[in-house]
Ligand binder design. Structure first.
Ligand code: FE2
Length: 198
């Protein structure tokens, strides 16, 4: 296992350029601490392993890793928020960008515990993952790392667990950006994604 400082440094490197955009130093540190804790509880030896984990076991990820997915969701959620800020005459709610970025970087942190190597070069659902889906395990680790309740709302409610539950606005943007990366792959697999003519 990589040493504590190195693990934090490695994680910060993986979450570039979004991590530095979080202005609140305490929140930025809590994001890194959540990854550190999740990695320590998991079987992964260092943060760079997160580049190898598929972002989901439910679909063929076509080479999109946990980190690729996390950064794409963060990017997408940020721009969903920006689109409304730019085009609505008056935004009916306040968007907290620190919360949006931190929450997006953390929304799937529980997958570090949910997905484990199968020993044959692939990945499988861990025992922890069978007991607790990633929104729940991620929430527990993030709480332990000192993340505020609003971030826990994002982690806990970004997927089906959050259906019908009260949410902060940032959870909604993250949920939409998340499923925009997942649904097309599912549809591709089912043959329901209508593709461009060859
Ligand atoms: Fe996700």
């Amino acid at each position: 296992m990589t040493k504590k400082n190195d693990l934090a440094k490695e994680t910060a490197g993986l979450l570039k350029p979004w991590l530095e955009k979080i202005k609140d130093k305490k929140l930025r540190a809590a994001v890194v601490r959540t990854y550190e804790l999740a990695l320590r509880k998991s079987g992964y030896k260092n943060a760079k392993d997160l580049r190898k984990i598929p972002f989901s076991l439910l679909v063929d990820c076509k080479g999109v890793s946990f980190i690729d997915h996390t950064l794409a969701v963060t990017h997408g959620a940020f721009h969903l928020a920006e689109a409304q800020v730019k085009h609505f005459p008056k935004l009916p709610y306040k968007i907290n960008y620190d919360r949006l970025i931190a929450g997006a970087l953390l929304h799937d942190a529980g997958k570090i515990l949910e997905i484990e190597p199968d020993g044959k070069g692939g990945f499988r659902k861990s025992r922890n993952g069978k007991l607790l889906r990633h929104p729940m395990s991620g929430l527990v680790v993030a709480a332990e790392a000192g993340c505020p309740d609003e971030i826990l709302n994002i982690i806990g409610c970004h997927a089906k667990e959050g259906e019908g539950a009260p949410k902060v606005i940032e959870t909604i943007f993250i949920h939409q950006a998340d499923f925009a990366t997942f649904d097309p792959l599912v549809m591709l697999e089912k043959g329901t994604l209508v593709e461009e003519k060859k």
